[in-house]
Design a protein around this ligand. Structure first.
Ligand SMILES: NC(=O)c1ccc[n+]([C@@H]2O[C@H](COP(=O)([O-])OP(=O)(O)OC[C@H]3O[C@@H](n4cnc5c(N)ncnc54)[C@H](OP(=O)(O)O)[C@@H]3O)[C@@H](O)[C@H]2O)c1
Length: 206
């Protein structure tokens, strides 16, 4: 598959590395394809290249691995009708409109899927704990689009789970807010990965 990823930060790097490892081509859409860190990133990932956001959107799937505040500006310049994956989270307060609903409103022809928002980037790179794959919760209204993303989560090494519809997508954003709150102000000195483990296994008893 040809996977477009907007953003070359922590999540973009982790997902691009994992998708390429699974044999997918990765198109990074970045504000500056000529930046040295972007050149270094794609040089280190076989099958990855960088270009404009519009170029990345020519892939089979597009992941918005950008800050929540950047979503509106990016979608305003795109006319995208493919599978659009939103790992974006708002923290600390829950907005009236979920990120999922915002993306669906701003990209009305896209097939929007919520995924990759409930674990840290380091878990996306290495989702196996003690030999057990962590769960990746995936939600949205478009079932075939979700199947595509469930497959991609499986390719990363997760145990993918369809968590439900748009309402479930908003709940995944609440789950992420709890996780981030614990990470930044939680008890003890749990590392991101230790805390990630708790959230990654949150539905293992299903
Ligand atoms: N970090 C995590 O562990 C984690 C886990 C789950 C979900 N999330 C969510 O995933 C999203 C990405 O997180 P991240 O940690 O990867 O963020 P990050 O490290 O700050 O990277 C975001 C990337 O977005 C791109 N970008 C495009 N427009 C931007 C703008 N106006 N301002 C700043 N960057 C812009 C930048 O790439 P270019 O400079 O190449 O354009 C930047 O590297 C966020 O919404 C976050 O809530 C993060």
């Amino acid at each position: 598959m040809d996977v477009g990823i907007v953003g070359t930060g922590s999540v973009g790097r982790a997902l691009g590395t994992g998708f390429a490892r699974a044999g997918h081509a990765v198109r990074y859409g970045t504000r500056d394809p000529d930046r040295a860190d972007v050149s270094d990133l794609v040089a280190g990932i076989e099958g990855a290249a960088a270009g404009s956001v519009a170029w990345a959107a020519e892939g089979d799937v597009l992941v918005l691995a950008v800050p929540a505040d950047a979503v509106e500006g990016i979608l305003a310049d795109l006319d995208y009708d493919g599978v659009l994956v939103g790992p974006t989270n708002r923290f600390p307060d829950a907005p009236e409109e979920s990120q999922y609903a915002l993306v669906a409103r701003l990209a009305p022809d896209a097939r929007v899927v919520k995924a990759f928002n409930t674990v840290g980037a380091e878990v996306m790179l290495d989702p196996v704990f003690g030999g057990e794959p962590a769960t990746m919760l995936v939600a949205g209204e478009d079932v075939p689009a979700k199947e595509t993303v469930l497959g991609l989560a499986g390719d990363l090494g997760f145990d993918p789970l369809d968590a439900g519809d748009a309402a479930a997508a908003a709940l995944l954003e609440d789950l992420a807010r709890l996780w981030i709150r614990l990470a930044v102000a939680g008890p003890g000195a749990a590392s991101d990965r230790t805390l990630g483990r708790e959230f990654a296994f949150v539905v293992r008893s299903r």
